[in-house]
Design a protein around this ligand. Structure first.
Ligand SMILES: C[S@@+](CC[C@H](N)C(=O)[O-])C[C@H]1O[C@@H](n2cnc3c(N)ncnc32)[C@H](O)[C@@H]1O
Length: 158
């Protein structure tokens, strides 16, 4: 079994072990595959453009998770309907892009949102302070000489 990079292990650890997960910008599907293997719950893995084809190929190469991973093609939170998922994960993008997606992620009404930017963590911090959410868990890890922050957020009731 392929071991996830440390930063993705950190994201997986922050992700609840029950319910449906949306992995936005899933890349080559490493996290989605890891989550499906760990929990055997549905993961909706999304990508855009040519990266979507690569995601589908990567997931197809791991037959034991087919049942648990649904791939969807689309921009940001567009492929996810309100109330459809328990957890939304957005990892591996710049902090400004993730910050820009946070309002739409909250509008989908998940139980929790897990964020991990590649850089500009301060932009994510600012967006969290401005939105109707609270930090439920926070962690920092080092992976291959870089530092990564992960937040698990819950919606603040109005
Ligand atoms: C560096 S990869 C990270 C993949 C994976 N989430 C991870 O953490 O390893 C960033 C991915 O986000 C995707 N992406 C960037 N902007 C996006 C957007 N607006 N909507 C959906 N996916 C996006 C890119 O296509 C790319 O595959």
């Amino acid at each position: 079994m392929v071991l996830l990079p440390l930063r993705l292990q950190q994201v997986l650890a922050a992700t609840q072990s029950h319910g449906t997960v949306a992995d936005i910008g899933a890349g080559d599907g490493q996290l989605a595959i890891g989550r499906a293997r760990r929990d055997g719950d549905l993961v909706i893995a999304t990508e855009i453009g040519g990266s979507y084809t690569r995601l589908v190929a990567a997931v197809s190469a791991v037959p034991e998770v087919h049942e648990w991973i649904e791939t969807r093609n689309g921009q940001s939170l567009d492929p996810i309907m309100r109330g459809e998922v328990t957890t939304i994960v957005i990892a591996g993008m710049g902090g400004h892009r993730i910050a820009g997606m946070l309002p739409d992620a909250l509008a989908r009404q998940p139980t929790s949102i897990v964020l991990q930017p590649m850089q500009h963590a301060e932009a994510v911090e600012l967006a969290i302070a401005e939105q109707q959410c609270e930090v439920d868990a926070y962690d920092v890890c080092r992976d291959r000489g870089r530092s990564y922050t992960v937040w698990r957020l819950v919606r603040r009731e109005a």
